[in-house]
Design a protein around this ligand. Structure first.
Ligand code: ADP
Length: 276
């Protein structure tokens, strides 16, 4: 919870005093872990930015010494530098997304999103962007029956895009991706499956961490930053959902997300429907 939510009043009994001390100690632990977390983040970010900055620096030095008279060096250095600058832009945007995902605005949390139409839209866009892939959509959507989650639509889309983008990025020869949506009584489960690289158990436990990449060079070559899954993880957590991965090295991965469904008569949903 945010620190501004905490209010302290003067304890009166011994028990209340002990409670207060327990709370203060707990709070100190939290602050301690928060500070070291932030420190690690700053270290990670500096580390991530150092590579593209050094590459651009190297190219500028090259240009400065020889490039002005050599059209080949000129063209190559400019193109390589531009590529690194794009990477930095993506990185900065994703860091911002990550920081926002941590603490989703209350206004966003009170939004509702219809699952099937939103997922289908992301799915159709992916099909358009990647014509060389075969996409399959498997859902137990019943005609005319809408299902809602309490979530800002852009966030729902962002999570699906991260998972489907990864499925594309880490596919090998078998360019096939399955999106499936199923629901139980009060949750919806969405699965994104690919038949690509997959990963071992140890990596599966780490991939949701910031900047974690199984193969740094490969991720880099694909324009990855190692932040996608941490953004998805933080967002899902902010909406009280769950995300997990089931993968076999060399055989592909399935990422599952589950989110609580809104009941048809929930005041939030009824309210939104009336406004439309
Ligand atoms: P990146 O920008 O590197 O893709 P992510 O946070 O989205 O960052 O993913 C972290 C790492 O998890 C990736 O670098 C990759 O090694 C691994 N990964 C993610 N999705 C998949 C997938 N569908 N198949 C295999 N590996 C994956």
């Amino acid at each position: 919870d945010s620190l501004s939510d905490i209010r302290v009043r003067k304890p009166e009994t011994d028990d209340e005093w002990s409670d207060l001390l327990v709370h203060i100690n707990r709070l100190l632990d939290k602050i301690d872990s928060y500070v070291s977390n932030q420190k690690r983040f700053v270290e990670d970010v500096s580390h991530e930015l150092r590579t593209p900055v050094s590459i651009v620096e190297g190219h500028l030095k090259l240009l400065n010494r020889w490039g002005k008279d050599d059209p080949e060096i000129l063209a190559e250095s400019i193109s390589a530098s531009l590529q690194e600058i794009t990477r930095m832009k993506v990185l900065v945007q994703e860091m911002l997304d990550l920081s926002r995902a941590d603490h989703v605005d209350v206004d966003y949390k009170n939004e509702v999103t219809e699952i099937y139409t939103t997922a289908k839209q992301v799915y159709n866009n992916m099909k358009l962007i990647h014509p060389d892939f075969k996409f399959f959509l498997d859902s137990d959507d019943r005609e005319g029956e809408s299902q809602y989650v309490q979530m800002f639509r852009n966030h729902f889309e962002q999570i699906l895009i991260i998972l489907m983008d990864n499925a594309v990025k880490y596919s090998l020869d078998r360019k096939e991706i399955h999106l499936s949506i199923s629901r139980s009584v009060n949750t919806v489960e969405i699965a994104v499956q690919d038949f690509g690289e997959g990963m071992n158990q140890e990596d599966q436990e780490k991939v949701f961490g910031r900047f974690y990449r199984v193969d740094k060079a490969r991720s880099r070559e694909k324009g990855g930053t190692g932040l996608g899954l941490s953004i998805a993880y933080q967002l899902i957590k902010s909406y009280r959902g769950q995300i997990r991965v089931d993968s076999v090295l060399g055989n592909g991965s399935i990422f599952y997300i589950s989110l609580p469904l809104l009941e048809a008569d929930s005041p939030l949903l009824v309210n939104k429907m009336q406004k439309q």
